[in-house]
Every structure is written in C-alpha cells, then in structure tokens.
Write a protein that binds this ligand. Structure first.
Ligand code: ZN
Length: 138
C-alpha cells in the first residue's frame, strides 16, 4: 500500500470565505501516483471546515446567511468562549460544516457524484492555516 501526505496552506484575507480546493486535491492525487484508494482532506484548525458541495455562488451566500442565523458573529459578548478571543461563532460554524471529507479514488480520479466539489471553509481568517491531504491505496 502507498501512502501520501501533504499540507495545503491558506491565508484568507477576511474572516469568512469558501474556497474550492478541488484543483489542489487533484494535484495531490496526481503527485501520489495512487490509482485506487481513499483521499482524506481535513482542516487542521478548529475554526475552519472542509466540506463537499456545489460550486455555486448563490448557495455559498445561502450558507453564509444560514450560518450567521445559527451562530451570529456579533455581539461577541453573547458567547462564554469570547473572553480573550472573539471567535466562538467560528468554532460553532466549523462544527456545523464539518472537519473533513473522504473521497474514493477510482482509476486515478476523485470518484465524485454530480456537482461534488471540495471546499475549504474559513470562519476565522486573516492568518495562515492548514489543510491536511492524506491519500492511501495502490
Ligand atoms: Zn477560540
């Protein structure tokens, strides 16, 4: 069995953003040489997510508004976590959107369903953060 590991770095210039990282994950898969197996992609921070959905800007706006209803950023004082920090909402948003995705690798390709794309979801940006890509297989 082959194994491959890579960290993808992001420095998002605002607090919240969704980034389609499918091209980077495809690059990793090519580099790994693995044809049959599994790809794990996970955020290495507890205020960011990796999730799979449609690359459609209307939907991304819907996610932003939905997450703000569930866990509004402000007022910061509404959260017990916000003593020295102001990112309680980011922890909650990350929990809703998830930590990681696993995608099957078939014939050297990401074996997606229709419209599936992999996204990095940043909820407390403006600093360098990482995503782990781990691929196992043959
Ligand atoms: Zn925090």
């Amino acid at each position: 069995m082959k194994s491959y590991r890579k960290e993808l770095w992001f420095d998002v210039p605002k607090r919240r953003m969704f980034i389609n990282i499918t091209p980077q994950v495809n690059e990793c898969l090519k580099e790994s040489g693995i044809k049959e197996g599994l790809v794990l992609v996970n955020a290495m921070h507890i205020t960011a997510s990796v999730f799979i959905n449609d690359d459609e800007s209307g939907l991304h706006g819907d996610f932003e508004r939905w997450l703000e209803k569930l866990a509004p950023e402000k007022p910061y004082s509404q959260y017990a976590h916000n003593g020295y920090e102001d990112n309680a909402d980011a922890h909650l948003k990350r929990t809703i959107m998830g930590r990681e995705v696993v995608v099957a690798v078939t014939n050297g390709k990401l074996d997606f369903g229709p419209w599936e794309q992999i996204f990095y979801g940043e909820f407390d940006g403006m600093r360098r953060k990482r995503v782990l890509v781990k691929i196992i297989g043959e």
